[in-house]
Write a protein that binds this ligand. Structure first.
Ligand SMILES: [Zn+2]
Length: 263
């Protein structure tokens, strides 16, 4: 499996992806908003885009579909419940469905509601797994729930699925928000030395050569995965004095979301 991360350099800071089979040159494009960059990257590498996967229905993820389909005849895949929201969708995905790319690549669909209620993450079947997580998991953060999402569903997605993936899983998010998210981590957890060190190292990084984290790294720097951190809980109590002595993780998650929305 070859992964090409494409930085769009737009104001939404989207990352698009091409996933290619090294044997056949067939490729799947994930959320190819910047269709020109995606088509050029495929051409330069000698790949044929045969499938487009939309992680969810938001326009900054689907906006390049028509141009890619016109240029390549690729088939559009997305969550099965997105069929009325994504024009031209040909394959609806549910949990556990496998997408093949060429001869060598297998990607498993995870049904990951929360950012929207029809959001798919893809997990590669490779020695070191890779997770293409759209707007669900970001580096040091998570997607908002403002446009068709639900915070408690997002919590369940993290608690029941994403946090249980192998710790070496590579994280490929739909946007480059790492700097701002690390600042939020440090706002909530000023003693998080790893987040501070990472912010120093990655401030002003070239998103064309973006740092790729793992789930293991995220558990150190992402508040969404640090719901039992004593500092996170103590700082949260400053904002929410009624917080119980031993709050359950879902309460911590939801309160952190409230603060993040106002931050
Ligand atoms: Zn979105």
């Amino acid at each position: 499996m070859i992964v090409k991360q494409i930085w769009t350099a737009n104001s939404y800071r989207n990352f698009n992806y091409l996933i290619a089979c090294p044997e056949t040159g067939e490729a799947l494009a994930i959320d190819p908003l910047d269709h020109e960059k995606c088509l050029r990257a495929a051409k330069d590498a000698g790949w044929n885009i045969t499938q487009v996967l939309n992680t969810h229905e938001h326009r900054d993820h689907t906006g390049g579909n028509d141009a890619i389909v016109r240029a390549t005849g690729a088939k559009i895949l997305a969550h099965k419940n997105a069929k009325d929201k994504i024009p031209g969708m040909e394959r609806g995905l549910g949990a556990g469905d496998v997408i093949k790319v060429g001869k060598t690549v297998e990607l498993e669909a995870l049904d990951t509601p929360g950012h929207t209620m029809s959001h798919i993450c893809l997990l590669s079947h490779t020695d070191q797994p890779a997770l293409f997580c759209g707007d669900t998991l970001f580096n040091a953060g998570a997607g908002n729930c403002h446009n068709g999402g639900h915070p408690s569903e997002l919590y369940n997605t993290f608690a029941q699925q994403l946090s249980k993936l192998p710790s070496a899983t590579l994280i490929y998010p739909g946007h480059d928000y790492i700097e701002n998210n690390l600042r939020f981590t440090l706002d909530r957890e000023p003693d998080n030395a790893q987040a501070a060190q990472m912010l120093r190292r990655l401030s002003g990084q070239d998103p064309n050569q973006a740092y790729v984290s793992t789930l293991d790294v995220e558990t150190e720097v992402n508040t969404v995965l640090r719901l039992s951190s004593p500092t996170v809980i103590a700082k949260l109590r400053e904002a929410f004095p009624e917080l119980p002595e031993q709050p359950d993780p879902k309460t911590v998650f939801l309160k952190l979301r409230e603060l993040r929305n106002k931050w």
